[in-house]
Design a binder for this molecule. Structure first.
Ligand SMILES: Cc1ncc(COP(=O)(O)O)c(C=O)c1O
Length: 404
């Protein structure tokens, strides 16, 4: 990753408090390259029309939507664009999905969620308790990984759904899907995966994960605010989704509501092309696989640099698995003795460093870690545009702030 990549992100040129910003809040949404911005604005300048008309610009919208489904299928390793549905964001899609699945459940049926997950993959399932569905949660261990013995204890012949994240947006933990998939098979449960934090950093392969549904969000991987749902062939058609009789009744449309954000979809497609541009190979999927390897190597190097730098500072406690583990997202959470995370982030902001404090909607994890009353943690997430110089500056700034 070099300067020419950074120069593709106009927002990274922004000077605040006398310095170009150091953006370490990618887990809350990455910055966007010029190609994505151009693709979005081009829809409004050239072909702003609704779907299914007989005129040129409407036909362009139809093919834009189909093309974006195919782009996302390539990004996720899905069979075709027919496996890809769109929505406003991951949370809204997951609510519709959870409600549709719950209609097929009986009181006493069980759903398994985890303590590590973002509320977007807990709340839609927890609310099914009012229909007599039993929702159990897998415990979070002190080392930031899930308690798999507890997982095995809580899964049984009544488990109908396992809904869990691939990677934690607070601790960077990557969950052990080989084990989870086996447990899901044995229980005959649907496997629903939140890949929002995983997809920007590690290669997503829905065939390998072998899930029934997978959700992600384009604004976490250099695109605009669009939620994406992958569904296994046939899985969506079996669900009783909330839908209008005027819409197409089959997958991938069956879960979509009203008019999609066409301009944003052009941005999603451009974001996939942007990622693909880092890879080599003869097919699009090969280039994406190769590109994700390049991105992972770059991000892991910087995350390791940040981890080692933070570890050397007196008074800092880092949470989550060590960065040397291969399956780990480049996201670090820490607390600083005698400071609240809010105080730390405010002082970092004065030095042009963008990092977020709190629970980041991984509320349950922060609660069980006992950090909620202290304001949660400070989180720093690496994205492909970050550099070693920036990380060095962050570590030096923290040392100076804490008189180390
Ligand atoms: C792991 C994870 N899951 C789900 C979400 C919710 O995504 P959205 O904002 O698209 O609803 C987020 C957003 O931060 C997230 O980090």
């Amino acid at each position: 990753m070099n300067d020419s990549i950074r120069s593709q992100f106009p927002s990274l040129k922004r000077i605040i408090n006398g310095r170009a910003i150091v953006h370490l809040d990618g887990p809350a949404g990455t910055q966007v390259p010029q190609s994505v911005i151009d693709a979005i604005s081009s829809v409004y300048s050239n072909s702003n029309a609704n779907t299914h008309g007989q005129f040129t610009t409407s036909m362009e919208t139809d093919s834009l939507i189909d093309h974006t489904r195919n782009q996302m299928a390539a990004f996720l390793g899905a069979e075709s664009g027919n496996n890809i549905s769109f929505g406003a964001n991951m949370t809204s899609l997951n609510f519709v999905l959870a409600n549709a699945i719950a209609r097929s459940l009986q009181p006493g049926d069980e759903i398994l969620i985890t303590q590590l997950d973002h509320e977007a993959n807990r709340g839609p399932w927890l609310q099914q308790r009012k229909h007599g569905i039993v929702v159990r949660e897998v415990l979070l261990d002190e080392d930031g990984s899930l308690d798999y013995a507890d997982f095995e204890k809580k899964i049984n012949e009544k488990t109908r759904v396992i809904a869990m994240g691939m990677a934690s947006n607070i601790l960077g933990t990557v969950n052990e899907f080989d084990r989870v998939r086996q447990m899901a098979y044995e229980a005959g449960a649907l496997l629903i995966v939140d890949a929002v934090h995983f997809a920007p950093h590690l290669l997503t392969d829905v065939k390998m994960i072998d899930c029934d549904f997978l959700l992600c969000s384009a604004y976490k991987f250099y695109g605009p605010h669009v939620g994406i749902l992958y569904s296994r062939h046939g899985a969506l058609d079996r669900l009783d989704t909330d839908r209008l009789r005027t819409q197409e009744q089959h997958a991938p449309y069956r879960i979509e509501r009203g008019t999609l954000n066409h301009a944003a979809l052009a941005g999603v497609s451009a974001a996939v092309s942007f990622i693909e541009s880092f890879g080599e190979g003869s097919t699009q999927r090969d280039r994406i696989i190769n590109a994700m390897g390049v991105i992972q190597t770059h991000e892991r190097g910087l995350a390791q640099q940040l981890y080692l730098g933070l570890r050397d500072i007196d008074g800092i406690d880092i949470y989550g698995p060590p960065i040397k583990e291969t399956q780990r997202a480049p996201t670090l959470a820490f607390t600083v003795e005698n400071y609240t995370p809010e105080q730390i982030c405010r002082q970092l902001a004065e030095k042009s460093i963008c990092a977020w404090d709190g629970h980041f909607y991984a509320l349950r994890a922060v609660e069980v870690m006992g950090l909620l009353n202290q304001g949660g943690v400070t989180r720093m997430g690496i994205s492909l545009y970050n550099t070693a110089d920036e990380i060095e500056y962050v570590i030096a700034t923290l040392k100076e702030m804490l008189n180390n």
